[in-house]
Design a protein around this ligand. Structure first.
Ligand SMILES: [Zn+2]
Length: 348
């Protein structure tokens, strides 16, 4: 089959790749139609590794996908040929202790698309467990379906925050994950979200997504904006979608007494934490790693239009132009949020 292959650092090829996959009784075969380009795909392309995960052999990229079921295993009951679906890209060991405890995203043996040595989904078809394959509502497009994976990160963060109706939240960072976290926070009951960045076009886009106040931290003081929005009390929840020593300090500074700070962005190195600053407000610190149990809820919110991710899909490339898509995603314009690749319905 023809696939987008990361041959080694900085070398991509759209080429024939030998992959034979059989459909087991609990699997489906899905024809891939839309794949989102993620920061992690770009990072592997540019650097060949993320932390302990090193690309040692050619690997197919892509993990944000939607498509059409073309074959179902004998034991599959909830899906049929022709169904439009999206897939959760991490497959845990069903018998692991983490999975038994409901934390399947933390299973050390999880096999996640486009995390070496596991191949991703920028190819004509994939075979996937039906249990990790979800029906798209009729009014949700393949492009939106491919946005469920990044949205799931924001949904998981919102769950961890234990939002209450009327909360005021701050989201640090208006990249794709910051944006979907703001959407998840509003859908989870926040009255208002303040979002920060240094790129004006991203903030302008964010401000059109709902009751979201953009704060350009190059020109504006976040602490005084939060103070104005909360009567001087502070934010009920702060989502750090940056993952930098300065953003962590900022999160603690603008959090209200008793607030929750959710760490989403992954720092490239250990960062210092002002423990006393957290203690004097009894801050509840939460962390997330990917997500669990949120795909059906994300799709329900898209189907009811409580969450609309369409404004975030800013750039679409044809599969034949995948190399150009990755080069664009490596040096994106500030007006761009999500780059997607569309695969033709008859790709072999
Ligand atoms: Zn992703």
């Amino acid at each position: 089959m023809k696939a987008l292959v990361l041959e080694r650092t900085k070398v991509l090829a759209l080429r024939e790749f030998p992959l034979e996959e059989t459909v087991g009784p609990h699997d489906v075969r899905v024809r891939i139609r839309t794949v989102g380009v993620c920061g992690s795909d770009v990072h592997y392309y540019q650097h060949g590794a993320i932390g302990p995960f090193v690309v040692r052999e050619p690997m197919i990229l892509g993990h944000e996908a939607a498509g059409v079921v073309v074959e179902v295993g004998a034991a599959v009951r909830h899906l049929k040929v022709g169904d439009r679906v999206c897939m959760e890209p991490g497959i845990p060991d069903a018998n692991s202790r983490a999975t038994q405890l409901g934390m399947y995203n933390l299973d050390p043996a999880v096999r996640f698309w486009a995390t070496p040595p596991v191949h991703g989904c920028l190819r004509p078809t994939v075979v996937h467990p039906a249990a990790f394959t979800f029906l798209l509502p009729d009014n949700v497009s393949f492009a939106e379906g491919a946005m469920v994976e990044p949205l799931a990160v924001g949904m998981h963060a919102a769950n961890k925050a234990r939002l209450r109706p009327g909360d005021v939240a701050v989201v640090l960072g208006a990249g794709p994950i910051g944006m979907v976290t703001a959407l998840a926070a509003l859908a989870g009951g926040c009255a208002k979200v303040l979002i920060t960045d240094v790129q004006a076009p991203k903030l302008e886009l964010a401000s059109r997504l709902g009751p979201i106040e953009p704060i350009n931290v190059r020109e504006q003081d976040l602490a005084s904006a939060v103070s104005r929005a909360t009567g001087g009390w502070g934010a009920d929840v702060v989502f750090d979608a940056v993952g930098h020593p300065s953003s962590l300090a900022q999160a603690l500074a603008v959090a209200a007494p008793g607030a929750c700070v959710v760490l989403i962005g992954m720092p490239g190195a250990p960062v210092p934490l002002d423990v006393v600053a957290a203690q004097v407000k009894e801050i509840r610190l939460e962390t997330i790693f990917r997500y669990a149990h949120v795909f059906p809820r994300a799709l329900a919110l898209m189907g009811s239009r409580k969450i609309d991710v369409r404004p975030l899909i800013t750039d679409t490339y044809a599969f034949a132009d995948s190399l150009a898509a990755f080069d664009y995603a490596t040096a994106m314009r500030p007006t761009s949020v999500k780059v997607q690749i569309e695969l033709p319905p008859d790709l072999a």
